[in-house]
Design a protein around this ligand. Structure first.
Ligand code: PFF
Length: 487
């Protein structure tokens, strides 16, 4: 739909609820269902989860509002929106680099995101064929040993051409919807798939609660052990919060640009962050009971969703059907997110080079396909390639992990720090106040968070994560200092 969104006639969301569904669709994705439980399991459970919630409330939410308001004011692609806010604030227009950095990071994430999207498609196929073989009522993979089910993922990883094919297939579906534009593509996916996602999600969570080990999962996810909160765990938590909320990479700026002037951005940001966090926590509460009930390890990392869960489904009534529904649901969530990852660079390319939307989509898509192939091959042919061997925290990472690590642990926090400085200190306060939809105390709190708390805390977390030894030493000196002062 072409609606007047303020300064110009351009495509926009057809309603506020369409904007909310699309933004929630962007936020809820593989980050919630696959990355969150894996990160929580690898980083010690409760300490990670509670610090994650802290990051969402104190950092993620204020940054989310900052990003959508830049987009809404600018009514353009992310770099151009930042430039317009700078221009209207009489600040240097070079700040648009903030948007360009985000667009580039979104492009990088898109490339490996579609690789994982491809694995989801593979598992849909696996459960579908299993449903035909084993029938409806029994567990999944009847009679096959757990070790064999566990080898499904390494089997897929070992098959370079299948990995590449699935990756390209998932990317092609994403491109199809982005090329169709906002109302008949992106909005359409969100409006149909997100409600279906929520129905399936609720059903599977209730199922997990009744059949799995719910108590153990609650204890695991919400028991806070302060000693486990290292610099690396904190950086992982903040990176996860940004990844999950689609922040620091222009995604939310781009979607904000299609919002109408009537939309209250403060309220909408609260809904988006609330829904995303609820889905992440509930996903943890749905996945860990099933994993614990099957006696499997919480720290299985990225394999948690793809290896441990299928084994757990084996022991369950209607296992094949539940597996099929589960991966279908993850597919819906992943597609609504990959669409937003592609939209950010596409909007930039068609605006900057005055191309049609489909042509811009193809250009960005082909670029993402090339990088995606390298990511897909880093599980097989390129397994020994270490692109960032010189950077200590990424020295062991293959191409796929390097892209994931660099975007979540560098681009996202740095993008967020710059966004806070820009919105809190550089942009005109009146312009910001007119956009943010907050009044009274909430407004004061948000402003204090954006100006002081977020940039300072984020810089500290970034330093702690990048230089873990330095952080550990500083913490132990602090503890000794406390011991001396308080006896
Ligand atoms: N938030 C998405 C997820 O949790 O899977 C990933 C994502 C989408 C990140 C869009 C960044 C973005 F711009």
């Amino acid at each position: 739909m072409v609606v007047s969104t303020g300064s110009s006639e351009r495509e926009g969301w057809s309603s506020r609820s369409a904007f909310i569904l699309a933004a929630v669709g962007s936020a809820v994705g593989l980050g919630n269902m696959w990355r969150f439980p894996a990160e929580a399991g690898e980083n010690g459970g409760g300490a990670f989860v509670l610090f994650y919630i802290f990051c969402v409330l104190l950092i993620g939410l204020p940054v989310l509002l900052s990003e959508v308001l830049i987009g809404r004011h600018g009514q353009a692609s992310a770099p151009e929106s930042v430039r317009r806010v700078a221009r209207d604030s009489k600040a240097p227009e070079g700040w648009s680099v903030l948007g360009s950095m985000g667009v580039f990071a979104a492009f990088l994430i898109l490339s490996f995101y579609c690789v994982v999207g491809g694995w989801v498609v593979y598992y849909i196929g696996v459960f579908l064929s299993d449903l035909f073989q084993t029938g409806l009522s029994g567990g999944a993979f009847a009679g096959r040993p757990a070790e064999e089910i566990e080898t499904l993922l390494p089997g897929l990883f070992g098959n370079g051409s299948l990995m590449v094919g699935l990756n390209l297939g998932f990317l092609a579906v994403t491109m199809f919807f982005v090329a169709r534009g906002i109302s008949s593509g992106i909005e359409c996916v969100a409006v149909y798939l997100m409600p279906m996602f929520f129905v399936l999600f609720l059903g599977i969570t209730i199922y997990g609660a009744f059949t799995g080990n719910f108590g153990d999962a609650v204890t695991y996810l919400f028991t806070f052990d302060f000693s486990k909160l290292t610099g690396e765990v904190m950086l992982a938590a903040v990176g996860q919060a940004f990844f999950s909320l689609s922040l620091g990479v222009a995604g939310m700026m781009t979607y904000g640009a299609y919002a109408s002037r009537e939309t209250n951005l403060g309220e909408t940001s609260g809904i988006i962050a609330g829904a995303d966090t609820a889905v992440a926590l509930i996903a943890g509460l749905a996945i860990f009971p099933i994993v614990f009930a099957a006696g499997l390890s919480a720290s299985a990392g990225p394999g948690l969703m793809f290896q441990s869960l299928p084994i757990a489904f084996q022991a369950m009534p209607f296992g094949s059907l539940i597996g099929l529904l589960f991966f279908t649901m993850v597919f819906f969530a992943a597609l609504t997110s990959s669409v937003s990852l592609l939209e950010a660079p596409t909007a930039y390319v068609f605006e900057k080079f005055k191309l049609s939307r489909p042509v811009a989509t193809v250009i960005v898509g082909v670029g993402a396909a090339v990088l995606g192939i390298l990511s897909a091959l880093s599980f097989n042919e390129l397994a020994d390639f270490r692109p960032l061997a010189l950077i200590p925290i990424f020295s062991e990472a293959n191409f796929f992990d390097a892209l994931d690590g660099v975007t979540a642990k560098l681009f996202m926090p740095i993008g967020a720090i710059l966004t806070c400085i820009f919105v809190g200190w550089v942009a005109d306060a009146k312009l910001i106040d007119d956009e943010n939809g907050l009044d009274g105390v909430l407004h004061q709190v948000w402003r204090a968070l954006v100006r002081f708390v977020c940039p300072i805390v984020l810089t500290l977390i970034l330093a702690a994560g990048l230089f873990p030894e330095w952080f550990a030493k500083a913490m132990s000196e602090l503890q000794q200092g406390f011991a001396v002062v308080f006896g």
